[in-house]
Design a protein around this ligand. Structure first.
Ligand code: SAM
Length: 260
């Protein structure tokens, strides 16, 4: 029986499963990581591609079945535990090598994506099933109500592609929301590198804590007006009107102040 607290909605629609696998197109030479294999809906095709496959599953009750189905395959490794705490550097040190896949538990999808972004240099790409609304936020551009911390931090690291939508009927039990498949491909070279990544995280978090206010007001505890002007940002604008490059310039000003 599916457990709500683990965000379990198992995929049963084979047409949807096939479409996801075609989008990922796994190859025997690759190294895949599946988050939340559940009852193995996607795992089956991932294993049979011949790729190295590490799976991370939190629900102990699912482990015996996963071991029974896949335990004998020598390209399959099962990790019991919380993907939010998983150290991906245990799997590889090769840059841009891991391909992450997951029909994610929707209750933890945002923190999980932030956790993965902290390992972005190791990742070649990610394919996720998410709430459609979350994918919309990831794909948003500035000037739009969906533009916020998630859009900014995901786009700082990755190219984002909305691939296709999936209706609730593809899952058991059916979720209350529409879903979508998204592909995130970490940039080999960051288009807007910040001098200090933590400064960027602080500025973005602080700015969007009060998204209705002006930048001057939301950042008043972090940056004096002169620093906002030095960043070439109009301090009367609201955070959702500023693009990624503007946030990086603000973060670079904060980094400068921190150094002084
Ligand atoms: N991949 C399966 C499918 O498509 O049918 C299951 C998807 S279900 C939406 C999410 C899965 O993630 C469940 O198996 C759940 O137990 C697991 N899960 C939930 N929280 C987790 C966590 N923190 N770390 C790893 N797995 C987790």
């Amino acid at each position: 029986k599916a457990r709500k607290r683990f965000g379990q909605n198992f995929l049963h629609d084979t047409a949807v499963i096939d479409r996801i696998i075609r989008a990922i197109h796994p190859q025997a030479s690759e190294h895949l990581v599946e988050i939340g294999p559940g009852q193995g809906a996607l795992t089956e095709s991932l294993v049979s591609s011949g790729a190295e496959l590490d799976v991370i599953e939190l629900d102990k009750d699912l482990l015996p079945m996963l071991k029974l189905r896949f335990g004998l395959k020598d390209n399959f490794r099962l990790h019991e535990g919380d993907a939010l705490k998983f150290d991906f550097t245990n799997l590889t040190t090769t840059p841009a090598s891991l391909r992450v896949v997951g029909n994610l538990p929707y209750n933890i999808s945002t923190p999980l994506i932030f956790h993965l972004l902290s390992h972005a240099h190791l990742l070649r790409d990610m394919h996720f099933m998410l709430q459609k609304e979350v994918v919309k936020r990831m794909c948003a551009t500035h000037g739009n109500g969906d533009w916020g911390r998630l859009s900014l931090m995901v786009q700082y690291h990755c190219q984002v592609e909305h691939l296709f939508n999936v209706g609730p009927g593809a899952f058991t039990p059916a979720p209350k929301v529409d879903s979508a498949i998204v592909r995130l491909t970490p940039h080999r070279e960051l288009p807007h590198p910040a001098q200090d990544y933590q400064a960027l995280q602080r500025v973005v978090r602080e700015a969007f804590n009060q998204r209705r206010k002006t930048i001057r007001n939301t950042l008043k505890n972090l940056l004096p007006e002169s620093a906002i002007i030095a960043a070439d940002v109009d301090s009367t604008k609201r955070p959702e009107q500023l693009d990624l490059a503007a946030f990086v310039r603000l973060a670079d000003q904060l980094a400068l102040l921190n150094k002084a």
